[in-house]
Design a protein around this ligand. Structure first.
Ligand code: COA
Ligand code: AMP
Length: 630
């Protein structure tokens, strides 16, 4: 069947479609139906089934006689280490770790925060939680103590599993001061921590609280898989919203397994045994879905890559990994390609490697600019597929399902809707728009299996953020249009979320930090266009009356404050002092207009603007940092 037939078959009978997809999963008790809509507009999938994620990702492959196949390839150009772990080895390691965690009192439903770099043990920790039915929440290593503390207080974990350090080019990131700081700041205190000591830096363990990863597993009874209900949360992943408080996206177990497994062949066109590589980080949704769960559930080999697209050691690293490990399908963010293109515009490194195994390059996480796509396609000589999704959905909303059909790729579009997604473009009143017309991108409810059922501890926020604006729809927060052929084009966010190097960040969160500086009376943070990272945050601060210290001193403190509070990942390095901020007469800061001035795009003077002269001051300030060029 081609794409159209498959999409139509889903539309005709969604329950039959998803129950059929569910056959590919090993259930301890088959669910009686797919959709549970008793609490609409809150929906659940496969709720009365019983299943275990770790069994499906690991044990079942061993039981099927494929224990010798490689489950994980660890390739770390930053340390020079490489390792291959078979499914059978992974089973032993994960069962042992789960057994040790249980010995410490961890049970089904308990939360565990995982704060680890790109090492195989990060996946083992996730799978060990899944084995017990414990709910993990992985926090990206580039976040600072305060962000970790916010997540600890929301998730209330019984345990934290961390490493002693992460490795960034030219610097060792010691994790202990970060999680110690977070535990100090948080009101909730975890009962115990498990620390993986890395050679590059060993942490001083806290007696009574911290356990060494290896020592605490000794003598533990390996744990069997605990079947959980289909609607049991597999994990909570925090993502940026419009305010400083991150949203805890819940992933329910049954739908997660069914949907991810479906994508591996149909979207990414890999068969069990093929090597699949998503060059992301386990701290992001791409890492959850496509470094850890989907490839393993589907019986693929996944690559855990600890390095950067450039500088570890050069712009040929990706090609080396692809050729050395025979990667079939490769997934990364456009930023990575922009970085490689900048260092190696003629593709000299590409020519050095045999990339004949690679069939398709998939891009997501931010808008893929046509220049980058064209360059990548020309260098690699394979289709480049841009696909669009969010932490909330956990898998592709629109894309080109290469395993179903080699459809036309349209540059600038992120493809066509996957089964399960009925996408509409709506105007402000909720009226559906025609082909080519711009509007808010909304998805008709229910969302498919694998997407978020609600937010952790925050059902009201879930309704307010996603369901209330357009009744009957999920509001994506993205704006765009659909063309005559049904291809979607994502143009911009409709909220204050920005995307920096494929990392989703909240300008609101940065504003909350800046506002805490004693010399800052008022502030605004916007995302301006950047050649490499797509967007970069720029802060505007108005000083408190009477402050007459050098402005450079204050802006440097502001930059440090954001780095200390949110983390280096915020990439907040540009901050300027202005006398006033442009506002509407009702006092709303005109951030969108400021972005247009910075990027040099045309804009209409907002009719409600209080004092247009302020825009000239903003332009001068932006010019002082290299933006708003005439
Ligand atoms: N732990 C600690 N610090 C981290 C970190 C981590 N896991 N990840 C990033 N950081 C730090 C970086 O070291 C950098 O610090 P600096 O300000 O001291 O230089 C800062 O956070 C900003 O990082 P980043 O925005 O990634 O910039 P970069 O200059 O280090 O690298 C790219 C630029 C393009 C090479 C890099 O962003 C990249 O590989 N992007 C791919 C995007 C991606 O995989 N996205 C995932 C979603 S699919
Ligand atoms: P995240 O939740 O971190 O995956 O970020 C999701 C957001 O990133 C989306 O809502 C979009 O704004 C943006 N995004 C992700 N993929 C794409 C894409 N292919 N094209 C354009 N924007 C994208």
């Amino acid at each position: 069947m081609g794409y159209k037939e498959v999409y139509e078959s889903w539309k005709r009978d969604p329950d039959a479609f998803w129950m059929d997809a569910a056959q590919a999963i090993d259930w301890d008790r088959m669910p009686s139906k797919a959709l549970f809509d008793e609490n609409a507009p809150l929906y659940e999938w496969f709720s009365d089934g019983l299943v275990n994620t770790c069994h499906n990702a690991v044990d079942r492959h061993v039981e099927a006689g494929n224990g010798d196949r490689t489950a994980i390839i660890y390739d770390s150009p930053i340390t020079g280490r490489k390792e291959k772990i078979s499914f059978a080895e992974l089973q032993t390691r994960v069962a042992q770790l789960a057994g040790a965690l249980r010995q410490q009192g961890l049970e089904k439903g308990d939360r565990v925060i995982i704060y680890m770099p790109m090492v195989p043990q990060a996946l083992e920790a996730m799978l060990a939680c899944a084995r017990l039915g414990a709910i993990h929440s992985v926090v990206f290593g580039g976040f600072a103590s305060n962000e970790l503390a916010v997540r600890i207080d929301d998730a209330k974990p019984k345990a934290i599993i961390a490493a002693s350090c992460g490795l960034e080019p030219g610097r060792t990131v010691q994790y202990k001061p970060l999680y110690d700081g977070a535990i100090d700041l948080a009101r909730h205190k975890p009962e115990f921590c498990v620390i993986l000591q890395r050679e590059e830096h060993r942490a001083e363990l806290e007696p009574g609280r911290d356990h060494d990863w290896h020592d605490f597993q000794e003598g533990a009874e390996p744990a069997a898989c605990v079947p959980v209900e289909g609607n049991h949360p597999a994990y909570v992943l925090y993502t940026s919203g419009t305010t400083g408080a991150p949203k805890g996206v819940i992933r329910a177990t049954g739908g997660h397994l069914v949907a991810l497994n479906w994508t591996m062949k149909n979207m990414y066109n890999v068969d069990p045994g093929d090597v699949f590589w998503a060059a992301s980080d386990v701290g992001w949704v791409v890492g959850h879905s496509y470094i850890c769960y989907a490839p393993l559930v589907h019986g693929n080999t996944t690559v855990v890559f600890e390095g950067k697209p450039i500088g570890t050691p050069d712009a040929g690293t990706f090609w080396r990994v692809i050729s050395e490990h025979n990667v079939r399908s490769f997934f990364t963010a456009p930023t990575a390609f922009r970085a490689i293109k900048r260092e190696d515009p003629k593709g000299e490194f590409v020519k050095k490697y045999d990339l004949s195994f690679l069939r398709v390059l998939y891009l997501a996480g931010e808008r893929a600019d046509p220049d980058t796509i064209n360059w990548a396609a020309a260098q690699l000589g394979i289709p480049v597929v841009d696909h669009w999704w969010q932490t909330e959905t956990g898998w592709t909303i629109t894309g080109i399902p290469m395993g179903l059909e080699k459809m036309e790729v349209k540059i600038g579009s992120s493809g066509v809707p996957m089964p399960g997604y009925d996408i509409q473009i709506l105007d402000e009143t909720g009226k559906p728009q025609g082909p080519g017309e711009l509007g808010a991108v909304a998805i008709k409810l229910p969302l498919p299996p694998g997407t978020l059922p609600t937010l952790w501890n925050a059902e009201d926020r879930f309704r307010k953020s996603y369901l209330d604006t357009f009744p009957g729809y999920y509001e994506t927060g993205d704006a765009g249009m659909i063309d005559e052929d049904g291809y979607l084009y994502i143009m911009a966010r409709t909220d204050d979320v920005i995307n920096v190097a494929g990392h989703r960040l909240s300008t609101g969160a940065m504003e909350e930090v800046l506002a805490e500086h004693p010399d800052v009376a008022e502030c605004a943070v916007i995302g301006v266009g950047d050649q490499l990272k797509g967007q970069l945050p720029v802060g505007f601060i108005c000083l408190t009356k009477g402050v007459n210290r050098p402005e450079g001193e204050i802006t440097a403190e502001c930059v440090k404050l954001v780095r200390d509070r949110i983390g280096p990942v915020a990439a907040f390095k540009l901050c300027v002092v202005v006398d006033r901020l442009p506002k509407t007469r009702s006092g709303k800061i005109l951030r969108a207009t400021m972005v247009k001035i910075a990027d040099g795009t045309e804009f209409k003077l907002p009719a409600t603007i209080d004092d247009p002269a302020i825009l000239d001051e903003i332009k001068v300030a932006l010019q002082s940092i290299g933006y708003a060029k005439d």
